[in-house]
Design a protein around this ligand. Structure first.
Ligand SMILES: NC(=O)c1ccc[n+]([C@@H]2O[C@H](COP(=O)([O-])OP(=O)(O)OC[C@H]3O[C@@H](n4cnc5c(N)ncnc54)[C@H](O)[C@@H]3O)[C@@H](O)[C@H]2O)c1
Length: 254
């Protein structure tokens, strides 16, 4: 087991599967005590058990990452159990597709609740705890390339991702004095349980991605683990795009 996060305590939301699960797994295998949240209680329990079975420490914390009362309680409990919180990752995010002109208010509020609300609330609760530690802590948000580039039927989702990146920048003002860093990663197309249902996903994204394939959860977790590690202690307010070069290139006219 790698020792990069030995003695550290981490919490990650929406980590029952996909990118969040792999981040939780890599942090735990590198020595962190990981609290794994998911809205789906069974998914959270099974995910934490899988990581524990690999010889790491991971505890399931089912609940709604967009609910302030739940998140505050979760952070308080972690503090009571471990006496510290070093890493908080707001990974929970939902995508509800739909054209702008007919987008239902219910969908809009759901996306705002989880993506923006969940990120803001976790950062706030975690920072309130981390500021009491002389060594501060690391907060990481989960953005998307859609926060930088327009995509059909994703007006609401992409708006939330752009907002999250601005939140990372804005918090530099209030949290730097406590040695708390705040960054984001912006994945491009990534193969997860969510995208596994599309039989053309791999071939389509392999064709249009400069590095020749879509991303994997492992690619995203490696970048996330770097940004919450001590090696990144002088990096804050930044977003790291991980998309195989896809968003660096404009569509060719030929
Ligand atoms: N997969 C991609 O291609 C991709 C690309 C860019 C960004 N992202 C972002 O990465 C993050 C993870 O994406 P993924 O594809 O791995 O997700 P996923 O949909 O596979 O998994 C997300 C998990 O979050 C949980 N969840 C949903 N709402 C929640 C809530 N309110 N509280 C707690 N848990 C909740 C779900 O139950 C699910 O287990 C999201 O923020 C997503 O927007 C994903």
């Amino acid at each position: 087991m790698a020792a990069g996060f030995a003695g550290k305590t981490a919490v990650i939301t929406g980590a029952g599967q996909g990118i969040g699960f792999e981040i939780a797994r890599q942090l735990a295998l590198a020595g962190a005590i990981v609290y794994l949240n998911d809205l789906d209680a069974e998914l959270a329990t099974v995910a934490a058990a899988k990581i524990t079975a690999e010889g790491a420490v991971c505890k399931a914390v089912p609940g709604d990452a967009g609910d302030q009362g739940f998140v505050q309680q979760m952070i308080q409990d972690i503090g009571l159990q471990q006496g510290r919180l070093d890493i908080a990752i707001a990974n929970a995010g939902i995508t509800l597709f739909g054209d702008f002109l007919n987008y239902p208010q219910t969908s809009l509020y759901k996306v705002l609740h989880t993506n923006i609300g969940g990120s803001f609330i976790l950062a706030q609760a975690a920072a309130q705890y981390m500021k009491t530690q002389p060594e501060g802590g690391s907060i990481l948000f989960m953005s998307s390339v859609t926060g930088h580039q327009a995509h059909e039927n994703l007006a609401a989702y992409s708006m939330t991702k752009a907002a999250i990146e601005m939140l990372a920048k804005n918090l530099v003002i209030e949290l730097s004095k406590y040695k708390i860093t705040v960054n984001a990663i912006a994945p491009g197309a990534t193969m997860t349980e969510r995208t596994a249902g599309d039989p053309d996903y791999l071939s389509v994204w392999s064709r249009i991605t400069p590095l020749g394939r879509p991303g994997t959860a492992t690619d995203m977790a490696a970048a996330a683990c770097f940004l919450v590690s001590s090696a990144a202690r002088h990096i804050t307010g930044q977003t790291l795009v991980i998309d195989g070069g896809w968003s660096a290139v404009s569509p060719s006219p030929y």
